[in-house]
Design a protein. Structure first.
Length: 152
């Protein structure tokens, strides 16, 4: 009996052997795969972050929800995720800023902080964390500006 299977290489109508995708096509497919993975991580990360916020007691939950809105509006490129069980926002998988509820370590105030990946350098000394007991409009504006600067 004769084997009628074709080889892995195919031929076109002109009889030329196809070598598969071009380098440009492969690069485009890799980019698209990275985009899809990033979207998936962002969706999974945001879901986990929102679940952590939902578990917080009311005063911290309200601040965390407001911070989430401010951060995502100020720096849409940051990816929401959880970090040590806290809501956090990352750039290139490195946490830039985070929110720690007062309940997390039984403290008298919540904390909004930045990691060393944040571009907040200002001379030889600058703040990297802020105690929060409530959020005023002025606080929200300052946090939005800090987050924008942190990712610049």
């Amino acid at each position: 009996m004769k084997d009628t299977r074709k080889s892995a290489k195919s031929t076109t109508a002109t009889g030329k052997t196809s070598k598969g995708f071009s380098a440009e096509e492969r690069a485009a497919m890799k980019e698209r795969a990275q985009e899809l993975k990033a979207q998936e991580r962002r969706a999974d990360g945001e879901e986990a972050l929102l679940a952590k916020i939902a578990e917080m007691p009311k005063p911290d939950r309200a601040m965390a929800e407001r911070l989430h809105a401010i951060i995502t509006a100020s720096a849409p490129d940051l990816s929401p995720k959880t970090w040590y069980g806290m809501p956090a926002y990352a750039k290139d998988d490195k946490v830039v800023c985070f929110f720690q509820s007062a309940q997390k370590f039984n403290t008298r105030y919540a904390t909004f902080g930045f990691n060393d990946t944040a571009n907040l350098d200002d001379g030889a000394m600058w703040p990297t964390a802020f105690a929060l007991t409530e959020l005023t409009a002025a606080d929200e504006a300052r946090i939005g500006a800090l987050v924008k600067k942190a990712v610049s």
